[in-house]
Design a protein around this ligand. Structure first.
Ligand SMILES: N[C@@H](CCC(=O)N[C@@H](CS)C(=O)NCC(=O)O)C(=O)O
Length: 225
């Protein structure tokens, strides 16, 4: 079987989600870096592969898959073990709600093209742009924290094994850190994050473990992995 290929960018949170899902399932993929800040996703070569002009894109089983949540669900359906989703319908609904909280409520407000529109079209300066970013990310993470505190069921987002919600939370937290968002009070997720960062499969998917990552994680005060 041909090894999967993942079009990725080291600090793309949507690509990080898929790297986590693949690593969790014990799958290895060839990483094809797409340099988003340089605009590689808008060039003809990548557009021919993904006209959406977004990462991640996963080539697997002879298919080209887009949208990180759809990709993770595909992996779950085709490779059920280990499971990203709990067995019971209520648990699955809870985990999917947490995943969508990040994918639908937080991430679209802080992705590259949104931020570029703020500065290029609306002429916001760097401080205003950062304030936009920090506002929406902190507000979203506070709500996620509240969900965790009210109904956390174990050592991870749901129960005592990591799963889909953790694959969404880790990248959003990483991005928040890199953008220096105030994480005060987000104590439950900080605990989950440090627990997750001890796992080999998480470390292999971590942005600073990627071939296209620059410098040292320590430069940004990030947890060393
Ligand atoms: N909902 C999509 C989001 C994909 C997305 O926005 N990817 C970002 C990187 S995290 C991207 O390619 N951005 C390019 C741009 O905004 O121009 C998913 O979950 O896969």
């Amino acid at each position: 079987m041909t090894q999967p290929r993942l079009f990725s960018y080291w600090r793309s949170s949507a690509a990080y989600r898929v790297r986590l899902g693949l690593a969790f399932k014990g799958l290895t993929a060839d990483i094809v870096p797409v340099d988003l800040p340089a605009g590689a996703h808008r060039e003809a070569g990548f557009q021919a592969i993904n006209p959406d002009g977004l990462v991640p894109l996963l080539q697997i089983d002879g298919q080209s898959l887009t949208q990180s949540l759809a990709i993770l669900e595909y992996l779950e359906e085709t490779r059920p073990e280990p499971a990203l989703l709990p067995a019971d319908p209520v648990g699955r609904a809870r985990v999917r709600a947490m995943a969508q909280w990040i994918a639908c409520e937080i991430h679209p407000l802080n992705n590259l093209r949104t931020l570029q529109y703020l500065s290029r079209n609306l002429q916001l300066d760097a401080d205003q742009r950062s304030a936009w970013y920090a506002h929406w990310v902190r507000e979203g993470l506070l709500k996620f924290e509240q969900h965790l505190q009210e109904s956390q069921t174990g050592d991870y987002c749901h129960g005592d094994t990591p799963g889909l919600a953790d694959c969404l939370l880790m990248p959003q937290l990483f991005n928040a850190r890199i953008m220096k968002v105030d994480l005060t009070g987000l104590t439950t997720m900080a605990r989950l994050e440090s627990r997750l960062l001890r796992l080999d499969w998480v470390r292999s998917a971590y942005p600073y473990s990627q071939v296209d990552a620059p410098g040292e994680a320590g430069d940004l005060g990030l947890p060393a992995v």
